[in-house]
Design a protein around this ligand. Structure first.
Ligand code: NAP
Length: 457
């Protein structure tokens, strides 16, 4: 038998998921020095995961990561299997038989729950739904967001909350030449929202916005950022935090909040109000969200470990629409061990494990490996680490030749799955770019799977 990783017996790996971690894992495998054949399996016809469906439409620079992924995808040793759902079209056990290794990079597709009464009232949404909706993700295409009220509240102070707040804050003119989905632009154009409250359970020094994202609130055409100067008084522990040279981002955020506190909101149609030390207790309303009860909090604990504790005082905030933006969570896949609490596939350096140790041939990278944190580039080092583990395990992998993509294609054909290959994706891509041109948009996305498949016949 030819040696595994040779031209006669290439290492065959299936990557599940086509977001940043998937492409960085692909790149690392192609550079491994072994002869490899890598197939990438994606549930949607369109690749690129959160770069396409998560990055805000008004942040086109972040989407330039796609240019790198397109270059990586040029390798003759790569094949794309779009429109294929694991569990429905092909099982994990089947993939394990077809490939030497299966590497999951399927991200964190669900949300953490607040666990408070009223969370599921009409008008209470997850950030995931809203972000998917304005980005034209087929799963969220038909969601409705009632923007007829004046007061929106966002729970959480991370960059996703910043994206949601900014999209609600911007004028149609600020959005119309982005790749925002047409249905979202229309609905946002009719929005009556005047106040956007962005609520943090801890203080301004603990807000998780990156400075660039926070600063943008001072540059909006018709929305003023609002911060109460007295909310910026820090306890000694928070002062220690912002003085730490490894925490320069928080110190910069404090400076930005100070400039917001000094700004006059007059003359702008909308206000984006940053609030601190307030934790959600319950959501109230008759059949729909009307009010949010918040507990006033204080911080307790040592620097960098401060937690929010209720003071006993509460307040009620009018709320016509609510967005929970408190972090994403991974979802399980049948046949793969899952850590329910953390929402990740349990692993040691990317080797998926169960209670008896590593599961041979199963690997993980990205948010489903380490949880939903970091920026796009963080996933590169993460994927490189996992591929290093896979390469270190090389002597332990089953050396027998595997059917790989040929076997997968045969199986999917038998099952009638309409696989979208990379050349077909490029045709969908061109069609979207063409649809955007007359509107001055970089693209007008297809927002239904049938439309994407229709574009390739
Ligand atoms: P995140 O940065 O972890 O922020 C989550 C926020 O929710 C925090 O403010 C957290 O407060 C709060 N929270 C959590 N549980 C809560 C609860 N029970 N009640 C009230 N508040 C609660 O998560 P994210 O915003 O979803 O972002 C995920 C990752 O994607 C981050 O690394 C982010 O930087 C990245 N991202 C980057 C960009 C960009 O670069 N432009 C854009 C979007 C996302 P505590 O701090 O108190 O836990």
């Amino acid at each position: 038998m030819s040696e595994l990783g040779s031209a006669e017996n290439p290492l065959k790996v299936a990557i599940v998921g086509s977001g940043p971690s998937g492409f960085y894992a692909l790149e690392a495998l192609l550079k491994s020095g072994k002869e490899v054949r890598i197939d990438m399996i994606e549930r949607l016809p369109a690749p690129f995961g959160l770069v396409r469906n998560g990055v805000a439409p008004d942040h086109p620079k972040l989407k330039q990561a796609i240019l790198v992924y397109e270059k990586i995808a040029e390798s003759p040793n790569f094949a794309y299997f779009g429109n294929v759902t694991i569990g429905r079209d092909v099982g994990v056990d089947e993939l394990r038989n077809l490939y030497h290794a299966v590497l999951f990079t399927c991200g964190a597709e669900s949300d953490r729950k607040l666990g408070i009464p009223g969370e599921d009232l009409r008008g209470s949404h997850t950030a995931t739904e809203f972000v998917g909706w304005y980005n034209g993700h087929p799963d969220y295409r038909d969601r409705n967001f009632d923007l007829s009220g004046e007061v929106a509240v966002i729970i959480g102070q991370g960059n996703v909350a910043a994206d949601v707040a900014r999209i609600l804050s911007k004028t149609v003119d600020e959005l119309k030449t982005t790749d925002i989905a047409e249905h979202a632009l229309e609905a946002l154009g009719r929005s009556n929202i005047r106040e956007i409250h962005v609520v943090g359970r801890r203080g301004p020094a603990q807000a998780k916005f990156t400075a660039k994202e926070l600063r943008e609130f001072g540059e909006l055409a018709d929305c003023a950022p609002v911060v109460k100067a007295e909310d910026l008084a820090l306890n000694a522990e928070s002062q220690t935090e912002i003085a730490d040279k490894n925490n320069a981002g928080s110190a910069t955020n404090m400076k930005i909040f100070e400039t917001f506190a000094a700004m006059a909101p007059a003359g702008k149609k909308r206000r984006c109000i940053f609030r601190f030390l307030e934790g959600p207790v319950r959501i109230e309303g008759a059949g729909k969200v009307e009010r949010l009860v918040l507990a006033k909090n204080r911080l307790e604990g040592a620097p960098f470990n401060q937690v929010a504790r209720e003071t006993g005082e509460t307040l009620t905030q009018r709320c016509d629409i609510l967005f929970r933006s408190i972090g994403y969570k991974g979802v399980p896949i049948a046949g793969v061990p899952f850590d329910e609490r953390k929402g990740v596939f349990p692993n040691d350096d990317g080797r998926i494990k169960d209670s008896s140790g590593p599961v041979p041939g199963l690997y993980v990278a990205g948010w489903i490996k380490r949880g939903p944190s970091g920026i796009i580039g963080t996933n590169r080092a993460c994927a490189v680490g996992t591929v290093a583990s896979l390469m270190a395990d090389f002597p332990k992998l089953d050396p027998a030749p595997k059917p790989g993509g040929e076997g997968l294609r045969k199986l999917l054909t038998e099952r009638g799955t309409r696989v979208v290959n990379y050349a077909e994706w490029r045709r969908i891509d061109s069609a979207e770019i063409g649809r955007g041109q007359p509107k001055g948009k970089p693209r007008e996305k297809f927002t239904r799977i049938a439309e994407m498949l229709g574009a390739i016949g």
